[in-house]
Design a protein around this ligand. Sequence first.
Ligand code: ITT
Length: 207
Amino acid sequence: MTIKRIIFATGNAGKIKEIQAILEDMGLEVLSMKDAGISVDIEENGSTYEENAMIKSRAVAACLRECGQLEGTVVMADDSGLEIDYLNREPGVYSARYMGEDTSYRVKNANLISRLEGVEDERRTARFVCAIAAVLPDGRELTSRGTIEGRIGYEEKGRGGFGYDPIFYVPEFGRTTAELTEEEKNRVSHRGKALQQMKKLLQGIVE
Ligand code: ITT
C-alpha cells in the first residue's frame, strides 16, 4: 500500500514534537491535525488508552474520508497518561483532565507531590503509558502500547518534555524525564516504545 503521509490526531504540541522525531526515519511526512488544517471536536469517552486513541484516529480518518483526502494517509493518535500506584493508578486515562484541562502543570504536579507527602521511595512507583492507534486508508486498524516505569519525585525538576515530566523520576538515569535530552527520552519513553512497535506493525503493509 502506498503511503505518503501520517496525520497525527493530536492537539498537544509536546507530543507532536516527540512523535516527529521518533517517526523521522520512516521517510514520510508527519503532520499534526492543525498542520493538515483539520479541526474536529473529539469526545474521549473511552475507558482505556487504546479505546481513546482509536476514537481520535477514527474521528480524523472519517473527516479526511468525507473530503476525499484519506488516500495515501495513515491516521494515528496517541492516548497516554501517568499512573501512580499509591493513588490507585490515578490520574491514568484522566491525566489531561486531572484538576481541569486548563489547570497549569505547575499546579497539577505540586498537587500530586503533596498527595504523596510522607510516602517513602519504594511506594512512590509510577509509570507512563502510551497507546497508539492507526487507521489505514483501506480501513484496517492497528494498536500498540508502550510503558516506562519510574517514581514520583519530591520536587519538580527539569525544563524539558511537557506535562508531568518534571515529577517523573527514572531510576536508571537518576533524572526526571524533564531532565533527559529529547533523544534520551524518546529512546526509553512509553511513546518511543509504542511508536517503535507501531513501525514494526506497519512494515510490510506500507511501502
Ligand atoms: P491529544 O488528545 O490532543 O493528543 P492530550 O494532552 O489531551 O492531547 P491525552 O488525552 O492522551 O492527550 O492525555 C495525556 C496526558 O498525559 C498529557 O496531557 C499529559 O498530562 C500526560 N502525559 C502523557 N505523556 C506524557 C509525557 O511523555 N510526559 C509528561 N506527561 C505526559
